[in-house]
Design a protein around this ligand. Structure first.
Ligand code: C2E
Ligand code: MG
Ligand code: MG
Length: 705
């Protein structure tokens, strides 16, 4: 059978002699074909048009129009270009064979026919014709697809000549293709062409697809990025598709910067530093050498911030960062590279660090630390003010002071605190007996204990508004400590001491209970009661049974879990990922919502957040504060908002103080804002009077609190 499918192929059989036709018909039908008989050339053309046959058999000597003319006619019709046409010619009639080919016949068959080979001939002619048609079809489809693709497609032969070129559609177009035959070097700059050729060779060698990225600058110096993917075709030619990846690349760079670099100084951040030191420790274990971690904290820096404001504080931090980087990079005086510090990192606030490897003895460490101190101590002039910034420096050394980055950082920190206790502006090496608690710390701890006993803590509430509607949607509970004289001590001063002493656990307990009680009170009284957000410190998260504490607080207050939001810091997410996820999932399943506080200051990247079941992100105040002054902050805010949206998270901007900031955030479709623009944190009664007792719970943004 020639036919494999259900539908039988049609053959037009054009022979003048009735008897010969009948014999042939029987043979063709045996071969599984449906036969349309005609007895002259014109009939053959007509039957071809009407029946769209898979094959045409023409006798050369047909009446009216001979076989050759009929063949030409068929070839001229639109569908006839590729149809298989066989010409029947007498054995030995070379002239007819020649004429048949000239008329466009696919092949010829001699009469008298050899019936044994006839069916095979037909089968092969039909198969070849079908293959041809399938290929044509694929080719047409590919053409359509290629022209519809935004990508540029380049086909190269074995000699690296470009044989096919589809320019693609790009925002920043690639260079135009040269006229006439060309090589990649005639089209792209030499260095890229070289990398391109290397990639091609790799594909040829391995047979596997390879890709490369390259960048081109336009006349205005704008850089665009492209990715070329190479595959080998069956005929050994190489097909390269080039796509533009500028947007992706920019987003990658932004995320990397957000994840690994400190926004203010441009220095690597804590996470980047940990990576660096991790690498050094690995090498040191192999070579049996030592690594020192040096922590630097600026003395009394807070005073600059508090008295002259953050803008000047930030400027000072930038100059310090620059000086530190320069002084650390200097080689030893004898010119030998016997001490190779890694770059300086900013760990947070006014804390910097760097690591030293390949040093001979501790004297080298001390001299580097002292050199850094000398550099920092030189007066800094900023915005018309002159400052002298002194550093307290702590050093820990692998392997004696710790095996891991965390341990080394912690112990360098302990040594740094000792330098501060000893009067600041000095260098201290870690020694196992050091204790982080200074006398001051102890006094504060005693006062905190007393405050807890005497109920001297209070919660203030700061509203969160939905930007679009101006509706009150939440309130953040912020702790206040009223001292003996009745003035409030801000949490920034005592929370760290509470964390250090472990007192944060009972204090945190109290905060949760109080916040739940308040949430329920308001919920009972007002239909539009806000959800209350409570800050959770990492000690609380890891050292106490937080699930139980939270559930107990809710239960005792009779409050629904949905009235509570927990604000967690990025550092919590970095610790024990599996445990954290399990804990967060438990909390989330009860109906509590989870937010990441101060986002952007820590070390987590947005892609990292995907793994945690969180509901909301709070963009740190430092970015919002700088919105008007710094392009970077605006870019980071937009990037955080856009990507949070992609992850389905609610975005809350903290510390919104001005209308232009609110306008910018609204334009970026930030969900909620919190800040002095609308209200400072208020005692519960005042909060209630201002935001809940009135009939309207929508507020116009712009009335400063
Ligand atoms: P946070 O959780 O990021 O809280 C926001 C801080 O920004 C609050 O400072 C708030 O008063 C302040 N703030 C809000 N809007 C603005 C604004 O427009 N401009 C400016 N300049 N500041 C604004 P606060 O109350 O001093 O708290 C400082 C930090 O202390 C909090 O940062 C939080 O980390 C911690 N904290 C406060 N209360 C608690 C608590 O109950 N438990 C724990 N564990 N930590 C707390
Ligand atoms: Mg908070
Ligand atoms: Mg915050």
């Amino acid at each position: 059978m020639i036919n494999s499918g259900d539908e039988r192929d049609v053959v037009v059989l054009a022979i003048a002699d009735q008897a010969a036709r009948s014999v042939m018909r029987v043979e063709l039908e045996k071969a599984g074909l449906t036969v349309i008989e005609v007895d002259d050339g014109r009939g053959a053309c007509k039957a071809f048009r009407e029946h769209n046959p898979a094959l045409v058999l023409l006798a050369h000597d047909l009446p009216v129009q001979d076989g050759f003319a009929a063949c030409v006619g068929i070839r001229r019709s639109p569908r006839g270009v590729a149809a298989p046409v066989l010409m029947l010619v007498p054995d030995g009639d070379v002239d007819s064979v020649r004429r048949a080919y000239r008329a466009g016949a696919t092949d010829y068959i001699v009469s008298p026919i050899d019936w044994l080979v006839f069916a095979h001939r037909l089968r092969y002619v039909l198969r070849a014709s079908k293959d041809y048609q399938r290929l044509r079809h694929i080719e047409i489809k590919n053409d359509v697809l290629l022209n519809a693709l935004p990508d540029c497609v380049v086909v190269l032969d074995r000699d690296d000549m470009v044989t096919d070129f589809v320019p693609g559609q790009f925002k920043s177009p690639l260079p135009a293709q040269p006229d006439g035959p060309f090589r990649i070097g005639d089209w792209l700059p030499a260095s890229i062409a070289q990398a391109w050729t290397n990639a091609q060779r790799t594909v040829c060698r391995s047979g596997k697809p390879v890709s490369m990225e390259f960048a081109l600058d336009d006349l205005d110096g704008r850089r665009s990025y492209y990715e070329a993917r190479f595959t080998q075709s069956i005929d050994d030619s190489i097909v390269a598709t080039v796509s533009e990846i500028t947007d992706r690349k920019r987003a990658d760079q932004r995320i990397r910067r957000l994840a690994f670099y400190d926004n203010l100084t441009g220095l690597p951040n804590r996470q980047a530093f940990r990576h660096q030191v991790d690498g050094l420790l690995r090498d040191a274990r192999e070579t049996d050498s030592r690594v020192a971690v040096v922590c630097i904290d600026l003395d009394n820096f807070k005073r600059i911030n508090d008295t002259l404001g953050h803008t000047i504080g930030d400027g000072v931090l930038r100059s310090v960062a620059e000086r530190l980087s320069k002084s650390v990079r200097r080689r030893s005086d004898c010119g030998r590279e016997d001490e190779i510090p890694t770059g300086v990192a900013r760990l947070g606030g006014d804390e910097f660090a760097f690591a030293i490897h390949d040093f001979d003895d501790d004297g080298v460490l001390r001299s580097i630390a002292e050199r850094v101190g000398d550099q920092l101590r030189k007066p800094v002039t900023h915005a018309g003010h002159e400052f002298v910034v002194t550093p307290s420096i702590g050093i820990s050394v692998f392997p004696e002071d710790g095996e891991s980055v965390e341990e080394l950082l912690k112990n360098a920190d302990v040594a740094m605190y000792q330098a501060k206790d000893a009067g600041r502006d000095r260098v201290r090496f870690y020694s196992g007996t050091m204790s982080i608690r200074s006398m001051h710390g102890l006094a504060l701890e005693r006062d905190l204990r007393k405050a807890l006993d005497r109920d001297a803590f209070e919660l203030h509430y700061q509203p969160k508004l939905e930007l679009e509607s101006g509706k009150l949607v939440g309130a953040e509970a912020l702790i206040r400590w009223q001292d003996e004289e009745g003035s409030f001590i801000p949490p920034g001063t005592f929370i760290p001491a509470a964390e250090e002493s472990g007192l944060i656990i009972p204090i945190g307990d109290w905060i949760l209970r109080e916040a739940c009680r308040q949430a329920n009170r308001w919920h009972q009284k007002y239909s539009a009661a806000p959800r209350i957000a409570v800050n959770i410190s990492s000690q609380q998260f890891y050292q106490s049974d937080l699930q139980q504490t939270v559930m107990k607080a809710l239960f005792e207050a009779g409050a629904r879990p949905s009235l509570l939001q927990l604000e967690l810091t990025e550092s919590i997410l970095m610790r024990d990922v599996d445990k954290t996820i399990a804990m967060l999932e438990y909390l989330k399943n009860t109906g509590i919502t989870l937010a990441i506080d101060d986002f952007g200051t820590g070390y987590s990247s947005l892609s990292y957040l995907k793994r945690f079941p969180i509901d909301a992100l709070k963009i740190d105040r430092s970015f919002v504060m700088d919105l008007e002054a710094s392009n970077d902050s605006a870019t980071i805010c937009s990037a955080i908002i856009a990507m949070a949206r992609e992850l389905g998270l609610t975005v809350i901007a903290e510390g919104v103080e001005t209308i232009p900031q609110a306008d910018f955030l609204r334009a970026q479709e930030c969900d909620q804002i919190q800040g002095y623009l609308f209200s400072k944190p208020l005692p519960a009664t005042e909060f209630e009077q201002r935001f809940l007792a009135g009939s309207d719970t929508r507020f116009a943004l712009g009335t400063a609190g």
